[in-house]
Design a protein around this ligand. Structure first.
Ligand SMILES: Cc1cc2nc3c(=O)[nH]c(=O)nc-3n(C[C@H](O)[C@H](O)[C@H](O)COP(=O)(O)OP(=O)(O)OC[C@H]3O[C@@H](n4cnc5c(N)ncnc54)[C@H](O)[C@@H]3O)c2cc1C
Ligand code: FES
Ligand code: FES
Length: 1297
């Protein structure tokens, strides 16, 4: 594929690997082709991971390196994403840049809609997208950002608050300066005769014919050879399913496959046309033809906008989509219902085939004979009185395969509402596109009305009956969608009939789509104090220190490090059993695979076979027993990654299954399968208080886990130096010292022989603390044994399988309250699914208990938490470390109280909030003043009261759409409760030319710690930041570091850097005094001559925090960060889809050291929280196999998911005596505020239920996916689905926790 060619052969490492399957956009490049027919050049974005190099004959490929660099000229696209703070860890940035660059090559003044569409296939896990959109919005025509409240240079003069970046001095976009298409390629296309080509590789022969005859002959000779056009089906099949195709035919140069012919009856579209070309073509036809003729075209357009991301649509062909016959193809139901036909050729001649159920015969199967080729697709124009609809529901609004998708066509008898023909086809409810043929006939010759439809639903329900074990699960939801999508179509038809024959009644509300216009947001922060020197950068929105090199692709991530001579690749072999004894590991065949050098098993570990973290041992490679699918058993090293993979595939592990694995927390509770210790905390007298309250309610909520989905997968390179048993380890991790110690113990050597180096991390979020170290230990054993450098970079699927996730939690509670809303007693139980090893689970469940009060003063409060040991992969730290789970349970409890009392949850929250200086349930004194200020300001800024009223009015008028609001507070403890982890150190050198090199113990993961350290050093040394360079994090420079975690990195390392810089500045004092008017450089030179040391270490001892679980009291945090967030959503009750209409966040982060970095953390973690609570679903098979192993199955928020209006306010006039420069930690807290979207959805669902006559508390588990939301709305359609009896079938996926 192009990606490996670019990265490995050409050493162009700016293009990144994020998933390898077209789902993340990290590998986006621009492909340009000369079109001899039109003499134009076509530019399109594409995923290099799916682009076969053989297919690029005659094409020019532009990568991020090609458009600009720091050595030559930075391109405006690169500059603007960086300047707008749209690059945090930077791993997604080159892909974003290339998507935007391609858009600008085609449309130099795009609209916001163009930008949204162009970036729809690019994922970012850090920023929350808002700054990326804002940076690129500056390319829009003036009219599309007129009226916005930001970037207006005039604001400065009008005295409005400062902006995060100044639009005034951005590099202008000059399309005439762009790279030209290579003239030799134009000449080649014009003059050189087209010849067929054959590329013969190790395992594949790639044939590219130029004529149709040749293609037909090739297909006759090699009927089993696939025709590869976009490679978006065949590519992932080869890569992820191991499909073998010794011969591949690539007909991209056969012109007949790209021909478009129009007739009066419709249009023939060449089967090779990409979906983008088809979309543009249909858009043209819709403009040109009378509306009544374009029903099918408009329905197809509806679907085409949702198929994959832009990069996929640019290469995926319409023929490929049809022939791939996916169960949930979006095009086939429309084409089938629209009576479209295929022209097919083979040696036997040409024929036309109706695209219907006789053509789509099974999963990935059509009735096409192996030697037949689809030449074109005929799509008819619609007739008068014919209407077509295409509706779908997917786990994410865009770039996600549909759960259910449909094409419905109805033809009426002229001038009436009597049905003449009906055609209903669905995707997602069977092995292939399903046509509801029994339902077709029912309404024929009958009027389209409620009676007919209601009978049709009954037949449909019977006709499309899925087994409860249906692959993909969500059975009740899918079945209800078949009904509700038909009902939505009905609403559209009623509307049209009303317009045409004035029959029925006008029901417009149900058919309006959810709003999707992105509005400019507001970011408010404090200006620096008057008189602060311009060189003093503290408090200013300084750009991320390596944002530009991230945007140019020059930033070096672990796998970008050039390969050393003789370097080997390591691939892990993992358990396929959830719980079994290992009876033997047979590596004979693996060792015979060419290129394989060694297979590492536990027996090969020279030192300690365990890694230990906070006193808990964890086996590195399973020796005698495995306890989850995905547990590391051995590792194959080979000359190339492909060879190592081949070797790993033939390692044979003989298992003896052990009985009854435990997967859910309920099973763990039954078997008392817990990690120790369990924790309990209590204040007041809960048991007695329950006797005295007006009402008692018991409830529960389940919260699923969350995959870290850092864009850079686990990566490392271990290089033995060859002498003195020294190893240099380059890795992407949050805790280099732990990696160093673990490696040293594993190899049985002292720590001083192992140096760990972290330049930057492409996202971590807690997932690169313990898990990275374990893999680094194994890689080090491989390097140790072989004496060669070894590289291990996990593929996305391996990473998701092996490295665990956020802990899923079951929360149960009993709450006692008075009729006025005051909660008197609460008893909460948390069961966390920890997986097969303890990892940090006990610490996580401790933090769960420490935060269960959130913002509320419940006088009698008891909590009990336990880490359940199960046979799933071991879960680990994840941003928030148990707090997001803990507080969701608490807030859900408050919601239930509100529902019991028939009041708004916000009222109950206010009644119970801490109001004055108080003690937490662990007797820690704090002042909630700023919590209350955040709450009040949030309500005020969001205009909560009037919007709540407006939502009520909206809900009264809309039967199928409901709006909901929620305001959620947070009180979040900062620092490690294990006091020793709060220390930090630094090393600062001043060189003779005045330049300064700073090393500290924090790792740069996108959170901007290096930028902030630069700002600290700049203030302390009184020099501009341009003098200061922050080097990699290295255990050789700064030893014994603590993890970059707990939102404490800046607090700790900032103080350590400050300390070193103060020392140095003091040392320079004599020379400064001697020459007060001298320059920094002159003082430094002088100091050297006077033999003053220009190097200093800095140290910060940190807070002595503790928690005494025996006494149930302590001071586990240095201080609290506070915040409040109001979100409003609109929910489509028929599909469960929702849109966050607006979010307002107010946070107290003291005096921000860098408002752009901090707002970036706030927005990014909010969106990650939104993902946790509303979208991201980890699914496990009944035998404990993780099913969701890539962006195709696991959906993180994309650009389509961000709030339409997203405002962030940093609380003014807040100080914090406990941290550097009065700032506060902010990396984690806001993640929980994503739950405001969850509770807003719940609020909307409550409105829907109230209309259906259902009041009072109800269950809505997290994430509130469209499935859960729709089923909770309890519409007429969901009520028609008879629930499957639990226990009577084997579900497709387990209900975890
Ligand atoms: C990340 C991602 C997201 C996606 N999202 C969606 C989505 O939301 N909705 C949706 O419907 N689809 C989706 N798809 C599927 C995508 O639309 C199809 O994979 C694509 O259209 C197939 O076209 P292709 O040219 O890439 O096929 P290829 O992979 O090149 O070929 C696919 C198959 O079709 C056969 N074939 C191709 N052309 C012909 C022909 N002319 N005659 C006979 N056989 C032919 C080949 O032999 C091969 O077996 C997604 C795919 C990816 C990778
Ligand atoms: S790496 Fe290509 S799309 Fe993810
Ligand atoms: S900045 Fe986008 S993934 Fe990190």
């Amino acid at each position: 594929m192009l990606l490996s060619y670019l990265r490995d052969r050409l050493r162009l490492t700016g293009t990144k690997y994020g998933c390898g399957g077209g789902g993340c956009g990290a590998c986006t490049v621009m492909v340009s082709r000369y079109q001899p027919g039109t003499k134009t050049i076509l530019h399109y974005s594409a995923n290099a991971c799916l682009l076969p190099v053989c297919q690029l004959q005659g094409a020019a490929v532009t990568t991020v390196e090609g458009i600009g660099s720091t050595k030559t000229r930075v391109h405006p696209v690169q500059e603007r994403i960086a300047r707008a703070h749209g690059s945090q860890c930077g791993f997604c940035t080159p892909g974003m840049v290339m998507s935007m660059y391609t858009l600008l090559r085609n449309t130099p003044q795009p609209t916001m809609e163009d930008i949204r569409e162009a970036l729809g296939g690019n994922l970012c896990r850090c920023t929350g997208y808002r700054p990326i959109v804002d940076g690129f919005r500056t390319f829009c025509q003036i009219s599309s950002f007129q009226g916005s409240s930001f970037y207006c240079p005039a604001c400065v003069f009008q005295g409005l608050p400062p902006q995060l970046f100044d639009q005034g001095d951005l590099l202008p976009l000059d399309p005439t300066q762009e790279l030209i298409f290579p003239p030799e390629l134009i000449l080649m296309a014009q003059t050189e005769p087209q010849m067929s080509q054959r590329f013969i590789g190790e395992n594949i022969v790639w044939i590219s014919p130029v004529s149709l005859d040749e293609l037909i002959q090739l297909k006759a000779d090699h009927p089993q050879a696939p025709l590869v056009i976009g490679n978006t089906n065949i590519g992932p099949d080869i890569k992820f399913k191991g499909a073998l195709h010794p011969i591949i035919i690539s007909p991209t140069r056969v012109q007949e496959l790209f021909a478009v012919t129009r007739t009066a009856q419709g249009v023939y579209i060449g089967a090779g046309c990409s979906l983008s070309v088809v979309k543009a073509l249909l858009e043209g036809l819709v403009q040109e033809l009378p509306e009544e003729k374009t029903e099918i075209y408009r329905a197809l357009l509806q679907q085409l906008g949702n198929v994959g991301g832009q990069q996929i649509r640019n290469v995926a062909s319409i023929g490929g989509n049809i022939v791939s016959a996916y169960p949930n193809s979006d095009l086939n139901p429309v084409l089938a219902a629209g009576s479209c036909k295929l022209s097919v050729v083979s040696k036997g001649g040409r024929k036309e085939i109706l695209l219907n159920k006789d053509f789509l015969v099974g999963f990935g199967k059509t009735s096409l004979k192996p030697d037949e080729i689809v030449l074109s697709v005929f799509i008819p124009v619609s007739r008068k009185w014919e209407f077509m609809g295409a509706l779908r529901q997917a786990p994410r609004k865009e770039n996600a395969l549909a759960t259910v998708t449909s094409g419905i066509r109805v033809m009426f008898t002229e001038g009436s509402s009597v049905v003449k023909e009906l055609s209903i086809c669905y995707g997602g409810v069977g092995p292939c596109t399903v046509s509801a043929s029994r339902t077709f006939f029912l309404p024929t010759n009958r009027p389209w009305n409620e009676q007919t439809l209601s009978e049709a639903y009954t037949v449909l329900l019977d006709e499309i009956s899925l087994s409860p074990s249906h692959p993909g699960g969500k059975v009740d939801f899918r079945r209800s969608l078949t009904l509700s999508l038909l009902f939505k179509f009905n609403l559209q038809i009623l509307h049209k009939l009303w317009e045409m024959v004035r029959t029925g009644s006008l029901l417009v509300h149900g058919i309006r789509p959810l709003p999707n216009q992105l509005q400019p947001g507001i970011q408010v922060f404090q200006p620096v104090v008057n008189g602060q020197s311009v060189d003093d950068q503290v408090g200013r929105p300084v750009m991320h220190h390596s944002a530009i090199s991230q945007a140019t692709g020059e930033a070096v991530y672990c796998d970008d490090i050039p390969k050393t001579d003789g370097e080997l690749h390591l691939v892990l072999v993992t358990s396929t059993r959830p719980h079994a004894k290992i009876r033997g590991i047979d590596v004979t065949e693996a060792l015979q695979v060419p290129g394989v050098v060694d297979v590492i098993t536990s027996k090969d570990i020279p030192g300690k076979k365990f890694r230990t973290f906070t006193g808990v041992d964890e086996e590195l490679l399973a020796e005698n027993e495995v306890s989850c699918v995905g547990q590391m058993v051995c590792a194959v090293i080979a000359d190339t990654r492909e060879q190592a993979k081949r070797g790993a595939a033939v390692v044979k592990i003989h298992y003896e299954d052990l009985p009854e694995p435990v997967f859910t927390v309920e099973e763990a509770m039954e078997k008392k399968s817990y990690f120790q210790p369990q924790r309990t905390i209590e204040r007041g007298n809960v048991t007695q208080a329950f006797e005295e309250v007006d009402q008692v309610y018991e409830g529960e909520i389940r919260l699923g886990g969350q995959e870290h989905f850092y864009m850079e997968t686990q990566s490392m390179v271990v290089v033995p130096s060859g002498e003195d048993r020294e190893l240099r380890v380059y890795l992407s991790c949050q805790h280099p010292t732990y990696a160093q110690e673990s490696i040293a113990e594993t190899l049985g050597i002292p720590s001083n022989r192992v140096s760990c180096h972290v330049k930057r991390v492409g996202g971590a979020f807690g997932g690169k603390v313990t898990k990275t170290s374990a893999i680094a230990c194994i890689t080090s054993v491989a390097a140790w044994r072989s004496g060669r450098a070894v590289r291990c970079v996990l593929e996305r699927g391996e990473d998701m399988l092996i490295t665990g996730a956020r802990h899923p939690v079951l929360g149960r509670y009993k709450v006692g309250f008075m009729n006025d809303g005051k909660i008197i007693a609460a008893d909460l139980h948390y069961y966390a699914n920890s997986g097969n090893t303890a990892d940090e689970s006990v610490l996580v469940v401790e933090k769960v208990l420490l935060h269960l009060d959130n913002a509320y003063n419940v006088p009698n409060l008891r909590g009990h938490s336990v880490a359940c040991k199960t046979n799933l992969p071991s879960n680990t730290a994840f941003r928030g470390f148990g707090v997001p789970q803990s507080m969701l349970v608490t807030e859900n409890m408050i919601n239930d109280v509100a529902m019991k009392l028939g009041r708004n949850a916000e009222e109950i929250r206010e009644i119970n909030m801490y109001k004055e200086v108080s003690l937490t349930h662990y007797k820690f004194q704090f002042d909630p003043k700023n919590l209350l200020r955040c709450w009040d300001e949030c309500k005020e800024k969001s205009d909560y009261d009037s919007r709540r009223q407006a939502a009520g009015e909206f809900n009264q008028k809309n039967r199928w759409k409901k709006r909901g609001l929620a305001v959620i507070p947070i009180k979040y403890g900062i620092a490690f409760s294990e006091g020793f982890l709060n220390q930090a150190a630094s090393l600062v050198h001043i060189y003779k030319d005045g330049s300064v090199l700073v090393s500290h113990g924090g790792t740069e993961m996108g959170q901007g710690i290096h930028t902030k350290m630069q700002q600290v050093a700049s203030r302390e040394l009184h020099i501009p930041t341009s003098f200061i360079h922050i080097t990699e994090t290295s255990t050789s420079a700064v030893p014994n570091t603590c993890p970059s975690a707990a939102s404490f990195g800046t607090d700790a390392n900032g103080m350590a850097v400050k300390n070193a810089c103060e020392t140095l500045y003091r040392r320079l004092e004599p020379v400064r005094k001697q020459n007060p008017t001298g320059t920094w450089e002159s003082w430094v030179k002088k100091a050297f001559l006077q033999k003053i040391s220009l190097s200093a270490t800095g140290y910060y001892r940190g807070h002595d925090l503790y928690m005494d679980w025996e006494k149930q009291e302590g001071q586990p945090y240095a201080y609290f960060t506070y915040g409040a967030c109001c979100s409003e959503v609109e929910v489509d009750c028929l599909s469960g889809d929702y849109r966050t209409v607006r979010t307002d966040i107010v946070t107290d982060i003291g005096r921000s050291i860098n408002p752009s970095v901090d707002i970036g953390q706030i927005e990014g973690s909010f969106i990650q929280g939104l993902g946790l609570y509303t979208m991201e679903e980890l699914q496990f098979s009944p035998s404990g196999v993780l099913l969701t192993r890539g962006p195709s199955q696991y959906k993180i928020p994309a650009i389509c998911d961000i709030p339409l209006q997203f405002n962030v306010y940093l609380l003014s006039d807040s100080d914090n005596p406990h941290a550097i420069y009065s700032s506060k930690g902010i990396g984690e807290p806001v993640l929980f505020l994503g739950s405001s979207v969850f509770f807003a959805i719940k609020d909307a669902v409550a409105a829907a239920r109230a209309e259906a006559g259902m009041d009072g508390p109800f269950t809505l588990d997290s994430p509130a996916t469209p499935e859960r939301t729709c089923l909770a709305c309890n519409t007429d359609f969901t009520q028609k689905i008879p629930p499957s009896r639990p226990g009577s079938f084997k579900p497709w996926a387990l209900n975890i926790p």
